[in-house]
Design a protein around this ligand. Sequence first.
Ligand code: ANZ
Length: 903
Amino acid sequence: MYTQFHTSTLLPTLPLTHSPPLSRRTILLYSHRLPPLHRRRPTSLRFPLRISSCINSTGTISSSLSTEEEEERPSNNKRVKAYPFHEIEPKWQRYWEEHKTFRTPHDDLDTTKPKYYVLDMFPYPRSLGFSYDWDREISTTEPDYYKWTQWIFLQLLKRGLAYQAEVPVNWCPALGTVLANEEVVDGVSERGGHPVIRKPMRQWMLRITAYADSLLEDLNDLDWPESIKEMQRNWIGRSEGAEVEFHVMDTDGQQTDIKIVVYTTRPDTIFGATYLVLAPEHILLSSMVSEAQSKHVEEYKELAARKSDLERTELQKEKTGVFTGCYARNPATGEAIPIWIADYVLGSYGTGAIMAVPAHDMRDHEFASKYNLPICGVVMPNDQNISSFDKAYSGDGTVINSSNLTTGLDINGLSNKEAASEVTKWLEKSGNGKRKVNYKLRDWLFARQRYWGEPIPVIFLGETGETVPLPETELPITLPELDDFTPTGSGEPPLSKAASWVKTFDPLSGKPAERETNTMPQWAGSCWYYLRFMDPKNSKMLVDKAKEAYWSPVDVYVGGAEHAVLHLLYARFWHKVLYDIGVVSKKEPFQCVINQGIILGEVEYIAYRDPDGNLISADIVDELTELSQERVPEDEVRKSGDSYVLKDNPTIRLIARAHKMSKSRGNVINPDDVVSEYGADSLRLYEMFMGPLRDSKPWNTSGIEGVHRFLARAWRLIVGSPSPSGEFKDGTVALDEEPSTDQLRSLHKCIDKVTEEIEATRFNTGISAMMEFINAAYKWKKLPRSTAEAFVLLLSPYAPHMAEELWSRLGHSNSLAHEPFPKANPEYLKESTLVLPVQINGKTRGTIEVEKECSEEDAFRLASQDSRLSKFLDGQKVKKRIYVPGKILNVILDAKKVKVGQR
Ligand code: ANZ
């Protein structure tokens, strides 16, 4: 059943204090607002004289003129509003604010009542009409809030889940700053195109990997879109395999003590490992490279340092590498195999080294083919015989070429799965390796070299540099005022410029110390804000236990799929830590996640012209030909089947496409303009009507006009027609009369559908049901008050301002926000009629619509009156009638046909 949601939001407009970017970042993090700006409609909206809306097969609204409805343009031709949204919307917003209509209980919480916690990833701040409890407003940038973010950091530190490490970062010497991965394109800075190198720097890390297994397992119980769960699973990337040790050999071919450990998920292919590859940054590299090769190796290392992991692992990129000049012994074959370095092997995954099996791994095959390295097939597919492995075979099969008496390993004839487990056992027994589970998930790099961000509550003692966490009583550690928060140029964070802030004393020992100048990343505050909404003003703890136990978990979290991994994973990790230390009562923060799609710009229709200027149809366009493209105005286009064609020349098919809204494309819709032209209710309703919630859908101005007309019709149905000057009278036309059975049927059908569709978040089809109801109600002579009231309640989640206004006009002095949502009465949902097949002499000749309890006599009378059946029955003598109520009427005629007039 639909319940009144308790919703909360972050601060929509944040005060710009000394830390403007921090404030801004909070908005962006949750911001799923309609993209800003937009095209103003060139001409004012013109309303047709009379409109009826219906849903066409494509789900869009089509409008048609009719003649007996209200005029929307007065005789003096002055434009008037279709209904007075410009008056009622500000009025009800004031009312809600003054009456704190959507306030949820704070300290007066009654935990015996059911709760429903809906959290939104911060929609457009001006979305009016949202039922938020503004008393719960929080800002992650305020010290009152980030005091607790810092407190959580201290708990992580206490449990060894926060640590410092030297980690390679994207360092841009020319800009003197560290760049985020997104700011580096093809090895150069996105801004300015300066070279970027990977440079190790001291960083704070969070040990999210310690929670990899529970982050993975607990996904199973969550009611999230399967695609998001899958993205998290892939991000965590659990894989099972083995670590294998390869001893490096000296120039005399003798085994040394230097061991290269590789990680493989295919131990079954060990006999096919014909060379090793190390990541260029592998720590053992310098201790083994031959003199002859060292110059090449150094050059290659430098080149690789400029590439991001993403660029290095791109499958399409041609593989490159350099021979190190030395060899290692394959423990299974006992043979010496060359050791190479290549950037397709990453230093940050597994052990940073691989055994290359070119016959069975695509990347290795490409590399081996390029550098003429041996390829040895060791797994034969069961359904074919491969004689030369001229491309990698990565599937299952039977193991071949895999036996060695000296090393004592023989896996020939086993399936590759069995072989993998045999090899792992052998590795462990012979001391050459062990079983290993690996995760793609890396520990979370938690430090930023930026001014804006929560200070990390840690100091370093003067003499020893020892890291000391600040006592909880010192929190919050606030940011110092700084005039210039640009990068320092040396890689030191900007906060290091605040010399008097940096210099401090250890509050416990009194020793001189320096503050940490790295700050927390933008994700920190968002990792736990849903907990703070439960208890936003608590100065003693981050959330009161009883309130947390009541409100947790978030029942529905609505947001964009772009947060599928990082935000949702980081928040789950912190939540699990808080669970383990007893701060929260549930293992998972967000029980259900729903993604909404994005609104694209309006559809553009593109026509092609050949070099002679002739239009050509899109289906014969050759991609290789250079053609000029031009946009075709929408009114020159019509739909033809699944495609769009020129109205004037339907043989010319057009390309129809919608792009993400962006300023550079000039296709941005400004919600403020839409609100001032159509009202907030129309915008809100249109967003819900555009299509299934999860899809990305193009903006369509005629679509919003359609829903606006629907709202205007609903308004006129209940309030009545405007005066010739366009004024609407007070009150309504509803009458205190009992609704007819027909009216109740229409209403309850609508309630039933709207309820079902809300629960399934199929708002668009719920709105269609209301449109159908309005169409039916326009045919009624009278509008019973109780029916109008129920409809207004149905409409209220979609068009809250209009619904409140109508509700008050229907005679209520309180807001409808706390009224129970209407319930469909099953009595009125039963269909009262059915379609009865009619046979003449046993042959089905047509159907008639009859009441369920229709008598044989009535059924026969209806059949005789039916235009299609009467031609078989007119003037005929009926011998027998076979009637099975609800199933069939069979009329057997007398064999001697007697036509009228012949008698
Ligand atoms: C030998 C082999 C044979 C492999 C074969 C695959 C197929 P996942 O599943 O993603 O964990 N690998 C290991 N460490 C690597 C690194 N640091 N950089 C790049 N590649 C690395 O993949 C594990 C496989 O990826 C490992 O198994 C290894 O190649 C490679 F027929 O070892 B395999």
